[in-house]
Design a binder for this molecule. Sequence first.
Ligand SMILES: [Zn+2]
Ligand SMILES: [Zn+2]
Length: 161
Amino acid sequence: MKVDIRELVELSGSFEGDETVVIEDPMGGELAMPCRVRVDFRQGHGTIHFNGQVTASLLTQCHRCLDPVRYDLVGDFELMVRRGEHGAEEGEDVVTLPVHQYDVDLDPYVHEAVVLGTPMIVLCRDDCRGLCPTCGVNWNRETCSCRPDADPRWDALRSKS
Ligand SMILES: [Zn+2]
Ligand SMILES: [Zn+2]
């Protein structure tokens, strides 16, 4: 998402757009996520503050049972753009535009907001029981008669008695 700051004529306002952000899937591979981006802006003396909110619906798999899960992601970002001269406020979230440049690229900020808003582990529900490691049935829906693997340390104790 690119913004031409010459088009921001009001002192404050907002704009919206759709972005596709490609991130690493917590379950492996890459995910192309359609995101909705809403940006509020506020103009100061030679500066513009941008406040963005990114929302997306992440379709992935439950970490325990591998069922498809939808996760609603919300991320945000903040950014200040300065025109021309360099100031003392130079920093990570401050962008200084050269005199004849008017475009601000918000993509890296949108991408970072999505990455930070994506959980490492998504569960279909907090108490998901997962899959049986022996026969693979989904313990949320079925039960099985597999016994938990015997721990060899107990065998050692038993043989002593
Ligand atoms: Zn699950
Ligand atoms: Zn089983």
